[in-house]
Design a protein around this ligand. Structure first.
Ligand code: NBG
Length: 839
């Protein structure tokens, strides 16, 4: 080791955690990173200067972590996900460093407010909803539990659209999140892979063996961009590795010289297209070529990177599955199964059987949906055009697999057809869920009910064939972001009573049960909620132009817009409440603010119509003097992680009202409860388990169960019967239909027709039960002490829904991986310089 190898000695300005060190680092960055002096620095400059100061404090841990993983040859998890909705990073990194107070003091000394700087950060909107946010919570827990891991995904140049509202309608605006730079990512121009597309294959004999050569039509280069993922108060920094597509040759001089200026940059443009934009569909699939290209692009980069890392330590690929496990977050990365086979067989010359053994052992598959429209399948001709070699590999996997199935179930050709990787009824498709089931050694659902429904429904044949592959892993959320960071008031009240061990071990919240009847604790609890509600009321006034009274019951439904989530059921309740208040203005009904937020997929007409309906009803209600101080309705535009952090802490009531059997798990339900909201919800997804944990007395349940929904459908459900039998329901529906909320026009006709004639999601069937449950909410809310006790119990018993628990289960049952403790006390040795470049 020569002295040239040594990292510069870390000075306090780079790693120190005192307010003075941080303030010094902030000033240095303003001058030396941004070339600004304080008087002309913009708010964003100030944010960047602090972000770089915090980043420096991660880098030193990052280098050390990479070095330790390398020298210890640690087994690692690769979490493959097309979406990572990580949210703003500054606040969570400061929280995980455990220096919120120090940074606040440092900034105060500079005359700044930490919250204002945090507010400057542009949200990295690299996901649609629950699935992408779950991946981000899991990265936080992996780092907190000191598990070696890398998240692999796509560095979308434009993430989920920003939602604007014009005249009550959603308008989509381009999300230019990278415009002002991203201080958290580190480009890795040395970590690049070629990714091939199209073309054809050639089958040749080489030394008596069949070899396949794929001659691509087009080659794109994938380049890694790494974002550090810090554990809570430890020294572990894992990676989120996002891949950006680039041209192999970004400029064609030949074309340029012949005067073809457009042609000279054409390849650059088409290549970069692959990672331009996130598909804004949540829980539905679009058979677009670019989407398949995105999926293959990042799956291929991840698999090539895995083999590269492995080869640094060993040449014998037989041990690959000992070193790596790759989790497929839904089927979006499932093509990785075929890609790993291709790499092992075509590139590294392993025989098929050896390659298949390794591949099957590497993968785990998490299913996130039961909705048929979300199950990915690709038209065969499209797949053949984009990935001709992979289609051959999938055919071969399928041929062998179906032979086994036939041997197991002789004569059962219907079963063979259902399990085939290729759908052959009519037009032919590649079924990605089947590929994932066959290619993985473990398959899981994301809540107890969901896993049961998978086993008896969509994946029944696979469960009958491989029961041992199946398990349940109920989702969890990170208490660092969704309590400690977003609700400092409540976190403080909790920690003053039971210490702050709950941040790492959420089960410790149980100790709050001892204070359920403590009057002083109860009033502190309520004071925090009221303060949070005041802050949300301010946000609603600014963003939605609606005044909501902080003293009213904050009844909140925030999530993607979808008919199965039934925001329109909520609206029907609002209308009936409005009608009740109009009829009897003096009735003793607790004042309520009904708050919505959520984006609709741009092509989902009905979801957009529901947004319009919410605004239309809000307009009438909020302008009716009789409603003043009693009922208000607001839609907060542009729901994202940043806004979510201000909404969950302010909720009294959490709306989790999906049709039973449709919501795989839900994770918003957990975040609300963790912040002291009570839930009104159906027996769906994780609601069932939340209710069991917090106690049936502390949860407002209603509606048909999944079995009853199925039975009702089998009995030719007639929504019109419910409409005809229930005058309150009929009144509300008639008002919508007649244009009472839309100045007489028929804009909501399609929605009403759909409800009366089909009602796929049983809104009318559950209406009365929902109303009754809301009546129960009213009566409990009137009893302030009772409500407070229920709220405290929700928080005290929510420990199970920490993503730490979920990740521990994945580690023990599926990944078979243990933690690697990182110690940074010693100065960094020179060897780290080399190993960080390798990882
Ligand atoms: C979503 C489900 C949610 C679930 C999240 C995370 C998809 C495909 N699925 O119910 O709808 O909470 O995944 O598991 O987005």
């Amino acid at each position: 080791m020569t002295s040239n190898d040594e990292l510069p000695r870390a000075t306090d300005a780079r790693v120190g955690l005192t307010p003075a060190d941080i303030a010094q680092a902030y000033r240095d960055n303003l001058a030396y990173m941004l070339a600004r002096f304080p008087a002309v620095a913009t708010a964003h400059d100030r944010y960047l200067a602090l972000a770089y100061a915090v980043r420096d404090r991660l880098l030193h841990r990052w280098v050390r972590t990479a070095e330790q993983y390398y020298t210890r040859r640690s087994r690692s998890v690769l979490y493959l996900s097309a979406e990572f909705l990580i949210g703003p990073q500054l606040g969570s990194n400061i929280a995980n460093l455990g220096i919120l107070d120090q940074v606040r003091d440092a900034m105060r000394a500079e005359g700044l407010k930490l919250e204002d700087l945090i507010e400057q950060e542009e949200e990295p909107g690299l996901g649609n909803g629950g699935l992408g946010r779950l991946a981000a919570c899991y990265l936080d827990s992996l780092a907190t539990l000191e598990i070696p891991s890398i998240g692999h995904g796509i560095r979308y140049e434009f993430g989920i659209f920003d939602q604007g509202i014009r005249d009550g309608w959603q308008v989509e605006l381009t999300d230019k999140w990278l415009r002002l730079g991203n201080p958290w990512e580190i480009a890795r121009p040395e970590v690049v892979f070629d990714v091939m597309f199209g073309g054809h294959t050639e089958h040749l004999q080489e030394n008596g063996e069949l070899r396949v050569r794929w001659v691509p039509g087009h080659v794109v280069r994938g380049m890694a961009y790494d974002t550090p993922v810090l554990g809570y108060r430890n020294n572990t920094v894992n990676l989120l590795r996002l891949w950006k597509a680039e041209a192999v040759e970004s400029f064609d001089f030949q074309a340029f010289n012949t005067g073809d200026y457009y042609g000279a940059v054409l390849d650059k443009m088409t290549s970069e297209n692959i990672t331009k934009v996130l598909y804004p569909n949540d829980a539905s699939m679009e058979g677009k070529q670019l989407r398949l290209e995105q999926q293959y692009f990042f799956a291929s980069c991840a698999m090539q990177d895995m083999i590269r890392l492995y080869k640094q330590r060993s040449d014998n690929l037989d041990g690959l599955d000992q070193t790596f496990v790759a989790q497929l977050n839904d089927t979006h990365p499932a093509v990785a199964v075929a890609e790993l086979m291709r790499l092992l067989v075509d590139v590294h010359n392993l025989g098929w059987d050896r390659a298949w053994r390794i591949t099957q052992n590497v993968f785990g598959y998490t299913n996130h949906t039961l909705l048929p429209e979300a199950l990915e399948r690709w038209p065969l001709p499209l797949f053949a055009r984009v990935l001709p070699r992979h289609l051959e590999i999938i055919f071969e996997i399928n041929r062998r697999f179906l032979d086994d199935v036939r041997a197991h179930f002789p004569g059962d050709e219907a079963r063979v057809a259902r399990m085939s990787l290729i759908d052959e009824q009519g037009e032919r498709y590649v079924r990605m869920a089947n590929l994932a089931c066959v290619g993985a050694q473990a398959i899981n659902g994301v809540a107890r009910l969901h896993t049961e429904l998978l086993k008896t429904g969509v994946l029944r044949d696979f469960h009958e064939y491989w029961p041992q592959k199946f398990s349940n892993k109920t989702n969890g959320v990170t208490p660092r972001r969704f309590l400690l960071l977003c609700n400092p008031g409540l976190a403080g009240v909790i920690s003053r009573r039971i210490g702050d061990g709950w941040v790492k071990n959420l089960e410790e919240l149980r100790r709050l049960e001892a204070f359920v009847d403590d009057a002083e604790f109860g009033s502190q609890w309520r004071a925090v909620k009221l303060a949070n509600k005041r802050m949300l009321a301010d946000l609603i006034r600014d963003r939605a132009g609606v005044n909501v009274a902080p003293e009213s019951l904050f009844d909140i439904q925030v999530k993607r817009l979808h008919e199965y989530k039934r925001q329109h059921l909520n609206v029907l309740h609002v209308i009936s409440l409005y009608n009740r208040l109009r009829r009897d203005p003096d009735s003793d009904i607790p004042p309520r603010a009904v708050i919505f937020a959520g984006k609709a997929a741009p092509g989902y007409i009905m979801a957009k119509l529901i947004i319009k309906l919410i605004h239309a009803v809000a307009d009438v209600v909020n302008h009716d003097p009789v409603m003043r101080g009693r009922l208000s309705v607001a839609f907060v535009p542009d729901f994202n992680v940043k806004n979510a952090q201000r909404i969950y802490p302010a909720a009294d009531l959490s709306e989790q009202i999906s049709t039973a059997g449709k919501e795989a798990s839900g994770t918003g339900n957990m975040k609300f409860s963790m912040n002291g909201a009570l839930t009104i919800g159906t027996m769906d997804g994780a609601n069932i388990e939340i209710r069991d944990e917090v106690g049936h007395d502390n949860f407002f349940v209603f509606g048909l169960t999944a079995d009853e929904v199925a039975a009702c459908k089998a009995n030719r459900y007639r929504p019109r019967d419910y409409y005809e039998a229930d005058p309150d329901l009929a009144e509300a529906i008639d008002q919508i239909r007649s244009g009472f909320f839309s100045e007489g026009n028929a804009v909501f006709r399609p929605l009403v027709d759909s409800l009366l004639n089909h009602d796929e999601y049983m809104v009318l069937a559950d209406f009365r039960a929902y109303l009754n449950a809301q009546r129960e909410v009213e009566s409990v809310y009137r009893d302030v002490d009772r409500w407070t006790r229920m709220s405290i119990r929700n928080v005290a018993r929510i420990g199970y829904f920490s993503s730490d628990r979920a990740i521990r289960e994945y580690c023990d049952d599926i990944w078979k991986i243990s933690s690697v403790h990182i110690d940074t006390n010693e100065p960094l040795p020179g060897s780290a310089t080399r190993s960080i470049l390798r990882t």
